[in-house]
Design a protein around this ligand. Structure first.
Ligand SMILES: NC(=[NH2+])NCCC[C@H](N)C(=O)O
Length: 330
């Protein structure tokens, strides 16, 4: 079955291309293992599924290839034992994101789909900045249990996977470490993002969401209005009246309920999306024909209690990709 969807912004003939950007990076949070997420999804057959089931061509891009991530992380940690900075491994996170940004910006063309496989959610600084270099007016739908909008000043944990949206929106830029100077200015307007799935939002983040009037659908809204209405409202909000507005999904698998399928993730929170809600929103956003990019992040195979837990989480990551690229139930 090739996808029946007309991807309005992409090449739709037999040359249809999905560029798979590997982002095996774990420096934005404390756990090892989230760097294995991309590799496990690939081992699960993701590339073949995209090619054989959905009939896309694929090409793998590996921006962090040749970078000794383990060593750089160890060095950063060693140094920070003494300096104890408020945000952790800033220069390391910046370096990795700059590479991801440059690959997304320079090695993916406008008619090609951008699929980035994390890695922790800090990698969205690079992937989204890269996407916005091609589609400056794209809307971002951020699927997550967390808002990831702490600034360098509000973060309580110091983990940069809790901060990518504030970097994309240039919040508190004057207080950023110098290494983040490469992040373009005027990148993401706060009215071009909508969240779905939130249920663990820090006090400082709640204030930022309110003060900036950012569209956020928590699990309360999913329960109250149902996933269909929530997705429709999110699409409408980020599209700003443009029925052809390009849309990117940044999908943290911790949006999904741990009991339903996603146990293997670093910051899991109960009472999340069920499996159908999790995939429906990808199917629906795909159906608009406007989707141009997807991140799948925070798959951490090393946090599984057994093989079944790992398989369920990894398989869900792959399903998210297929549903976004046009897989349908019928
Ligand atoms: N991408 C994630 N899993 N983010 C979790 C962030 C948790 C918390 N709000 C923090 O800033 O540390």
């Amino acid at each position: 079955m090739s996808s029946q969807i007309n991807f309005k912004h992409l090449v739709n003939d037999e040359n249809r291309m999905c560029k798979i950007v590997l982002a095996p990076f774990n420096g934005g949070q404390p756990h090892g293992g989230v760097d294995l997420g991309a590799e496990y999804m690939m081992k699960h057959g993701l590339k073949q599924q995209i090619e054989e089931i959905l009939k896309w061509n694929t090409e793998v891009l590996d921006p962090l290839n040749g970078v000794n991530l383990e060593q750089l992380k160890a060095e950063a940690d060693e140094q920070e034992k003494e300096t104890k900075p408020k945000i952790k491994r800033a220069d390391f996170v910046s370096m990795a994101n700059k590479k991801i940004y440059e690959t997304c910006k320079n090695d993916i063309s406008k008619g090609e789909f951008q699929l980035t496989l994390g890695g922790d959610h800090s990698i969205a600084i690079g992937s989204i900045a890269g996407l916005l270099s091609r589609y400056p007016d794209a809307g971002i739908i951020w699927i997550d249990a967390h808002a990831d909008i702490n600034t360098v000043n509000t973060t309580e944990s110091g983990n940069l996977h809790g901060c990518p949206v504030s970097f994309l929106a240039n919040m508190d830029r004057k207080d950023w470490p110098k290494s983040f100077d490469w992040v373009p200015e005027n990148l993401l307007a706060t009215d071009k993002i909508a969240y779905i799935g939130l249920r663990d939002v820090d006090a400082g983040e709640k204030k930022i969401l309110r003060d900036n009037n950012i569209k956020a659908f928590s699990m309360y809204h999913v329960d109250r209005y149902g996933i269909n209405s929530v997705v429709e409202q999110a699409i409408a909000h980020v599209s700003k009246g443009n029925k052809d507005c390009p849309i990117m999904i940044s999908y943290d698998v911790d949006a999904i309920d741990p009991e339903a399928s996603v146990q293997c993730t670093g910051t899991k929170v109960d009472y999340g999306l069920n499996n159908r809600e999790a995939l429906f929103l990808c199917e629906r956003i795909c159906e608009t024909g406007n989707v141009v990019a997807l991140d799948v992040v925070e798959v951490n195979p090393s946090l599984g209690a057994d093989e079944t837990e790992i398989l369920k989480t990894v398989a869900m990551g792959c399903s998210i990709v297929r549903c976004t690229l046009g897989e349908t139930l019928l």
